[in-house]
Design a protein around this ligand. Structure first.
Ligand code: CUA
Length: 180
């Protein structure tokens, strides 16, 4: 093997090692986000007719917000529409599994809850479902993070995380933000 060939071979090995390290770091970051931070892409696939969702059972106005279901599961239903969340404020208990279900009657919106792993797009025609556990109490900001029109920057809601003892469902299992 000539000196030139050996030189080329050395370069190739160096680049190969670099690529392997880069792939390992990226894979490590993805796995760390998934298993340590619980940041995963939403995987729920469930269709809903955006034209009639406010008329159908689940996303009618009276059914929105937080409710403790028969099995004790806490579910919050939210409609994301130009340019507001309905309801504007939701209450959830801390340190307990919560299921968020969102649907859009108009365009694509997106939600995230600051300081948590909640982050999803809300695409018309589909129900976005996110299961999470809120660990910190307090009012968290939930802005729309998908440009949805001229009112996009005014589109946000509040997620009020309360300690379990302050989470008091009414006779119908409903919990809403106190009007202030
Ligand atoms: Cu809704 Cu941006």
């Amino acid at each position: 093997m000539s000196n030139l060939e050996q030189e080329i071979l050395r370069h190739e090995r160096r680049w190969t090692a670099g690529v392997i390290i880069a792939v390992a770091v990226i894979l490590g970051a993805v796995l760390y986000a998934a298993f340590a931070l619980h940041v995963n892409p939403p995987s729920n696939i469930e269709t809903i007719d955006p034209k009639t969702l406010h008329l159908s059972a689940e996303f009618t106005e009276s059914n929105l917000g937080t409710r403790v279901e028969a099995g004790g599961q806490v579910t919050t239903r939210i409609v994301t529409a130009q340019f507001a969340f309905n309801p504007q404020c939701i209450v959830v208990p801390a340190n307990e599994p919560v299921t968020l279900r969102l649907a859009s009657p108009d365009v694509i919106h997106g939600i995230l809850v600051t300081g948590t792993n909640v982050n999803s797009m809300v695409v018309p025609g589909y129900v976005s479902q996110i299961r999470t556990v809120f660990t910190k109490t307090g009012d968290l900001l939930m802005p729309c993070h998908e440009f949805c029109g001229f009112g996009h920057s005014q589109m946000w809601a509040t997620v009020r995380v309360v300690p379990r003892e302050n989470f008091r469902p009414d006779a119908n299992g409903r919990v809403a933000c106190e009007k202030s």
